[in-house]
Write a protein that binds this ligand. Structure first.
Ligand code: HEM
Length: 536
């Protein structure tokens, strides 16, 4: 009996081969033993007690007891799909090789397999997909030179620009450590001490904070990266995914609540069903390019991820298209165990000095060694599709050795003259940036925290601004006056009208809350939601 055949056949339909597939579908243990009774544990008489040598039962139940790994500390709730990336080979009218030597981009029509995971950020793995939250947009490219992960979000910017602050940001967004309830006051307490977050807060509390689903949203690498060409010359780049076929759609709070009343999984379901019916979502990958220097002429630092690079000055150049065309066969193996990280680049792509990017790059693989295990890169979803030959051995759940053909299998070190693995040849021109500065702990100079927040506020359509004001006002009305005052100061600095409208909104929401409280005190006693009306 072959125990590793897909019981549904390769394409999901019942297997047709021999004996109507009966023999091939026989249940076995992981030891390959046929299971002759899957209903009854072995007992002394049919009323028990049970014996300790119930091997099949103990294997079955103890595997079940271990069916979960810790959920991601952020981005726990997600959905994923496989697909393909097709390169255009150009940046505008120029060959892309002028900017990068990364092989996946060079030839027009060159295809690279991808796996994508979309997610919400702050909420646990079973939470509704209608909650206000940035959305994660992580893409793994299985290139001929190894994997490239582009780990981004839908809002193009972020709340903070220094990785030191990330645990504090996330603690403020997660539930209160005593009540285990998310609290608007804790969230805005952090934001009121973090002026650089004002721009992202402006996006998040607008309808852009609740994309209609995963197909109809943009994606962005957010952090600044570099491209390196054959001459070892670099430029700064930012990446953006544009949903070219599906368009962009965001929800009002009311629309989101209506969906949430009926369905916690609408975005996962939407993605899965679209792919099943052959309506494959597509995104075009765009890059913005800047020369590799500090750009003193700009009123922001190109390495500051709280800022957009203005599109008029730094146009979006389409460089390829991604199509998602295959659902996972096993959610856990493919989506839950997928491990993306900002350190995973291929030749021709490089890091910038963006401090968030540097901090992120440590965090991802660190958490994955804890969440999935030391050998997380041996799992099929994470392993590259090109050849892997390493001297790494051992560790929990190591199940194969990366031998090269003809390699001396005794040699798991380098250098060696005894037919071990050898270093790859160096590129003709390496990129070797030069640094000269004092080692310091200091913020960047051009912080400019409010200007782009004001521009984003003014660029919104009327209904988006109205949603923004109402969402902010309702949550801020539940906060300490000191927090309200600080946030109002920030919004006013961004745009006078923005500040004024939120101030009026807070007043109205407070009066409404007082009235409701009075009514309830008169009837059922003091009750009510003091943590704002919705999750973030
Ligand atoms: C997931 C850390 C900033 C996008 C994660 C995870 C960690 C983390 C620990 C869980 C990974 C896992 O368990 O596999 C950090 C740190 C940051 C940071 C320390 C800042 C210093 C950002 C930013 C973005 C982002 C700015 C958006 C551009 C994502 C995405 C995921 C993720 C999309 C989910 C990946 C997946 O689907 O598996 N982050 N993050 N993160 N992060 Fe970040």
């Amino acid at each position: 009996i072959e125990n590793n055949k897909n019981p549904q056949g390769a394409n999901g339909s019942p297997s047709k081969s021999g004996n109507n597939g009966q023999e091939e579908r026989i249940l076995t243990t992981r030891q390959g033993h046929p299971v002759r009774d899957n209903q009854n544990i072995r007992t002394v008489g049919n009323r028990g007690p049970a014996t300790m040598e119930n091997y099949h039962f103990i294997e079955k139940i103890s595997h079940f007891d271990r069916e979960r790994v810790p959920e991601r500390v952020v981005h726990a709730r997600g959905a994923g799909a496989h697909g393909v990336f097709e390169a255009y080979g150009k940046v505008g009218d120029e060959p892309i090789s002028k900017y990068t030597r990364a092989k996946l981009f060079q030839e027009k029509g060159k295809q690279t397999p991808v796996f994508v995971r979309f997610s919400t950020v702050g909420h646990p793995s079973g939470s509704p997909e209608t909650l206000r939250d940035p959305r994660g947009f992580a893409v793994k490219f299985y290139t001929e030179d190894g994997n490239w992960d582009l780990v981004g979000n839908n809002l193009k910017i972020f709340f903070i620009r220094d990785a030191m602050k990330f645990p504090d940001l996330i603690h403020s967004q997660k539930p209160d450590p005593i009540t285990n309830i998310q609290s608007a006051e804790r969230i805005f307490d952090f934001f009121s001490g973090t002026p650089e977050a004002t721009h992202m807060v402006t996006f998040l509390y607008s309808p852009w904070g609740i994309p209609a689903n995963y197909r109809q949203m943009q994606g962005s690498g957010v952090n600044t990266y570099k491209w390196v060409n054959e001459n070892g010359e670099a430029v700064l780049v930012k990446y953006h995914w544009e949903p070219i076929k599906q368009g962009i759609r965001n929800l009002t709070k009311k629309e989101a609540m209506e969906i949430q009343a009926k369905n916690f999984n609408h975005a996962t379901q939407d993605l899965y069903e679209a792919i099943e019916r052959g309506d494959y979502p597509e995104w075009e990958l765009n890059v913005q390019i800047m020369s590799d220097d500090e750009h003193p002429e700009l009123d922001f630092d190109p390495l500051d991820d709280t800022k957009l690079w203005p599109r008029e000055q730094f146009p979006w150049h389409p460089v390829g298209k991604m199509t998602l065309n295959r659902n996972p066969e096993d959610y856990f193996n493919e989506v839950e165990l997928a491990a993306f990280g900002t350190g995973v680049l291929v030749d021709g792509l490089d890091f910038s000095d963006d401090k968030m990017l540097q901090g992120r790059t440590f965090s991802y693989s660190d958490t994955q060694r804890y969440r999935v295990g030391a050998n997380y890169l041996q799992l099929p979803i994470n392993a590259p599709k090109n050849k892997v030959y390493t001297n790494q051995r051992g560790g929990k759940m190591s199940f194969k050795t990366d031998f090269a053909p003809g390699q001396n299998k005794h040699i798991n070190y380098e250098p060696s003259v005894l037919d071990g693995l050898k270093e790859a040849p160096k590129p003709a021109k390496e990129y070797t940036p030069r640094y000269e500065a004092n080692l310091v702990r200091q913020a960047i100079d051009r912080t400019n925290p409010f200007k782009q927040a004001g521009e984003t506020f003014r660029n919104f359509e009327d209904w988006e601004r109205e949603e923004l004001i109402s969402n902010l006002s309702n949550d801020l009305a539940t906060c300490d006056k000191r927090i309200q005052d600080k946030m109002l100061e920030y919004f006013t600095q961004a745009d006078e009208e923005y500040g004024r409208r939120v101030r009026e909104g807070i007043q109205m929401a407070t009066e409404k809350m007082m009235k409701m409280k009075k009514e309830m005190m008169g009837t059922d006693g003091p009750m009510g939601n003091t943590s704002g009306e919705e999750g973030v």
